[in-house]
Design a protein around this ligand. Sequence first.
Ligand code: ADP
Ligand code: ADP
Length: 228
Amino acid sequence: MIRFEHVTKRYPDGTVAVDDLSFEVGEGELVTLVGPSGCGKTTTMMMVNRLIEPTSGRIHVDGEDISTVDPVRLRRRIGYVIQQVGLFPHRTILDNTATVPALIGWKRSKARARAAELLDLVGLDPQTYGSRYPQQLSGGQRQRVGVARALAADPPVLLMDEPFGAVDPVVREQLQDEFLKMQARVRKTVLLVTHDIEEAVRLGDRIAVYGQGRIEQFDTPGAVLGTP
Ligand code: ADP
Ligand code: ADP
C-alpha cells in the first residue's frame, strides 16, 4: 500500500533527514516509526502526503507514484492526525468532524450522519458531545475528535504524528486501547510516529526503529524486543 524506494531528503541547509530509505507497508497494516527526536520520522511521514518532497527516490501509495498525483487529490485519500489537533473553536464537535465531508460536497444531512457515526467509533457519544465546542472537551477528547475527523472521508491511509503525545499517561493508555479497537474494525494502513518504544510495541503490527536518517530494524514487536 505504501512503498519507499531509495528515498533521500536533504533540506536546503544541507541536513540529510532521511538517507536512502526503502520499506513497504501492507494494506491494513499498522507500522509505528520509533526513535529519538531528529532521526527523520516526521520527514518520512510528511513525504507520504507530499507536505515534504523527497530530494531523490520514489514513493508509491496504492500502486501509484505519488510524484505524479495532484497533492490535493492525494491528501483526500490520506487522513492526517497531529499531536495538537487544530479544531475550529467556533464550530461544534459534530461540525468539526463533518468538515471534510462537507468540503468534498456531501449533503449536510449525510455529512452530519457520517460525523456522528465517527464520533461513536472513537468513543465519544455524539448525543452528549456533538453539540459541544472544542474548549469544552479535555485534551484526550479533542485528540479523539482529531482521529474522527481524519477518518471522515474514509481514506485508506492514516498518518499519525505523536497522536497521543500531548495527554497524560492514563488517558494515553485509554486512547491507545480505543484506537486499537477502532483499527481492528476499520483496518486502515497506518504510519504512526512516536518516540515512545512502549507505544510503538503496543500499537504496531511492525515497528520501524530509526537511527539517524535510517531504519535500523523493521520487524514485529516480538522480534524487536528479542522475544519469540
Ligand atoms: P522546505 O524548503 O522543505 O520547505 P525550509 O528550510 O524552508 O524547508 O523550512 C521549512 C520550515 O521548517 C520553516 O518553518 C523552518 O523554520 C523550519 N525549520 C528549518 N530548519 C529546521 C530544523 N533544523 N528543524 C526543524 N525545523 C526547521
Ligand atoms: P523526527 O520526526 O524524528 O524528530 P524530523 O524528520 O523532524 O525528525 O527531522 C529530521 C532531521 O531533519 C533533524 O535533524 C531536523 O533538525 C532536520 N529538519 C527537519 N525539518 C527541517 C527543515 N525544514 N529544514 C532543515 N532541517 C530540518
